[in-house]
Design a protein around this ligand. Structure first.
Ligand SMILES: Cc1ncc(COP(=O)(O)O)c(C=O)c1O
Length: 381
């Protein structure tokens, strides 16, 4: 049987990985500045992570959500402690899009409203409501058009106020740093207005932290760079360091009812243990602080590379913008210099999403390679 061909693939076959390196089937070492799309948070094959998962698998890997699973409570406590969101409640699922679906559904249950307000260049996933609140018509099927969604620009406070004043929106969903969209961030004044208008109109504010959460931007969640309290927070990628797990955190003003949300696999023993191991390492190795330091170092070196027009993002969720399209450059970084980087819907931007364990010498290596690749392949205008 052949694979349903939906992914354009690079010609690399990783068979092994350790910390910030990935090794292909010929033994070639690649520096991973992509983290499998911001998924690898504590580094590939971290010993504590491996030991935790194998220990748990030897005990019990899965049983359904119809029984007690104290590992879920332990995970809720650990996320509460590291995010300082002790009063929020945790619901677990398996992926980013699933977290978004649950967040939107919960907001709709809570407000008894249907419409959603989202932002230009947003990306929230590919399932039913998640793709409907994503600003990309190409990946949305006619079926997804059933959702009532409006899109406005970041920082357009008038449009925000006008929309929410109708009191017909169940939620506003935003990324504090847009991932796929190309690392744009709203202004602080607009984020404060978001919270204020949501509270004034009984609308839920959903912070999509699927990509930016779990320490990647130097705070536990990226929205925590602003003094706001969203009603629902979605998380996934960095949460399991590659083990599929997602979740939402729910503000205490939203009540749970039995049956309103549910999943077979979500919150299973193995997934909880994987995420607990991630949280242990984040704390023990002080990776949130480390992400800030590495951002500083990265920006210092980026300033010395004249082809770079702009550095966007925070912590280890960064983008470097050029005044030409970067497809050829990224291919050269992979095939000639053995460095994985990420792209975005901004074709002139390279995304940098490494494991949070990345060190200065890896960043040095990247900028040396970038210089060579620019000299070899690209003639900036
Ligand atoms: C901000 C954001 N939300 C949601 C998603 C969807 O996550 P998943 O691919 O796990 O469904 C993504 C994936 O890239 C994302 O970046």
């Amino acid at each position: 049987m052949k694979l349903f061909d939906v992914y354009p693939l690079y010609e690399v076959t990783p068979v092994r990985a350790k910390d910030v390196y990935v090794y292909d089937d010929h033994g070639t070492e690649y520096l991973d500045l992509y983290g499998g799309h911001a998924v690898i948070s504590i580094g590939h094959a971290h010993p504590h992570y491996l030991n935790s998962i194998s220990d748990q698998l030897n005990k019990i890997g899965f049983y359904s959500n119809a029984i007690q699973n104290p590992l879920q409570n332990k995970l809720a406590d650990a996320i509460g402690a590291q995010s300082c969101l002790h009063s929020y409640a945790l619901f677990l699922c398996n992926s980013g899009a699933e977290a978004i679906e649950n967040a939107l559904k919960l907001a709709s249950f809570h407000t008894q409203r249907k419409k959603v307000l989202a932002f230009h260049k947003s990306f929230h996933g590919r399932t039913s409501a998640a793709v409907a609140v994503t600003d990309n018509k190409v990946i949305s099927a006619p079926l997804n058009a059933q959702h009532e969604v409006d899109f406005i620009a970041f920082n357009d406070t008038e449009a925000l106020k006008t929309a929410l004043a109708t009191k017909t929106y169940c939620s506003v969903i935003f990324e504090a740093i847009q991932g796929v969209g190309g690392l744009d961030q709203p202004d602080e004044a607009f984020v404060l207005a978001l919270e204020q208008e949501c509270n004034a109109t009984g609308t839920c504010l959903i912070a999509d932290e699927v990509q930016a959460g779990f320490g990647r931007t130097g705070t536990f969640f990226a929205y925590q760079h602003y003094p706001i309290q969203p009603h629902i927070i979605t998380m996934a990628k960095g949460m399991g360091n590659g083990f599929p797990i997602g979740g939402i955190l729910v503000h205490p003003s939203i009540n749970a009812q039995h049956g309103m949300l549910g999943t077979t696999f979500g919150g299973n023993h193995l997934a909880c243990r994987a995420s607990l191991a991630v949280l242990d390492v984040l704390q023990q190795e002080n990776l949130q602080e480390h992400a800030k330091k590495m951002e500083f170092y990265f920006r210092e070196l980026a300033e010395k590379q004249p082809a770079i027009r702009n550095v966007k993002g925070r912590g280890l969720m960064l983008g470097i913008e050029f005044d030409f399209e970067v497809g050829t450059l990224r291919k050269s970084l992979i095939y000639d210099h053995h460095i994985f980087t990420g792209g975005s819907s901004n074709k002139k931007l390279i995304r940098i999403l490494p494991p949070l364990t990345v060190q200065k010498h890896h960043i040095d290596f990247f900028f040396d390679a970038l210089k060579k690749a620019l000299e070899q392949n690209i003639q900036p205008s």
